[in-house]
Design a protein around this ligand. Structure first.
Ligand code: G3P
Length: 220
């Protein structure tokens, strides 16, 4: 399973990249706004900086703002031109699916976002999306089972031999990462806090402390 970081924060992206386990980045308009990135020029520049930080071969999802087919195509092409790492992120709406099919035909990588049902995931796969992004945390937030959707999409994509990769999104905590791996997600995108949370185990801390103390006893 690939690890993407879900942020537009450059420090967080650098920290995750330095760990040596980062495979890509996802952003969205809310995450860009959180970093105070505004204006077309600055937005495009920020995406380029992210691509340069993560290095070659690591996908960086950049989301379109337009909601009509023509607008999405124009914006998507502009985003794709920024850097070879760019994946055009498109919402799961009718014109979005049309745009996904267009980008697939044009050889531009895509990420279909705001996916909350298996039916939507089928549409994304039919349109040839590179990634489909089911939003786990937001489903959990309304008292449903987000992980059930990952299992369902995995079952359908396996049965139908769809090539779209399942990108578990809206991940809130380390357990979501483990559960996504078990449920068959191809990629997980999560905040830095969830990635760092995977490191924590008290027995690791106690064990390391004892190893170092025992070494010190005989080595001074
Ligand atoms: O990037 C899309 C998704 O990961 C958003 O997550 O936490 O805003 O539901 P969240």
């Amino acid at each position: 399973m690939l690890f993407f970081i879900d942020t537009a924060n450059l420090d967080h992206i650098r920290e995750a990249a330095e760990l040596g386990i980062l495979d890509g980045v996802t952003t969205n308009p809310s995450l860009m706004a959180k970093e105070g990135i505004s204006g077309e020029k600055n937005i495009l520049k920020h995406y380029r900086t992210i691509c340069e930080i993560v290095g070659p071969g690591r996908d960086v999802s950049a989301e379109v703002i337009a909601t009509d087919f023509k607008g999405m195509v124009a914006e998507g092409k502009q985003l794709a031109d920024i850097h070879e790492n760019i994946v055009v992120k498109v919402p799961m709406i009718k014109d979005g699916v049309k745009a996904l099919a267009y980008f697939t035909e044009a050889g531009i990588k895509t990420n279909c976002t705001l996916v909350f049902s298996a039916g939507q995931a089928i549409l994304a796969a039919k349109a040839g999306a590179t990634y489909v992004s089911p939003f786990i945390g937001r489903i959990d937030d309304i008292g449903w089972d987000g992980m059930k959707l990952i299992r369902e999409i995995n079952q359908i994509y396996t049965a139908q031999a769809y090539e779209t990769a399942i990108l578990a999104a809206s991940i809130r905590q380390p357990l979501h990462i483990v559960q996504s791996a078990k449920a068959g997600a191809d990629v997980v995108t999560c905040p830095l806090s969830a990635i760092l949370g995977l490191f924590n185990h008290p027995l690791t801390d106690i064990g390391l402390e004892k190893f170092l103390a025992d070494y010190k006893k005989v080595n001074g």
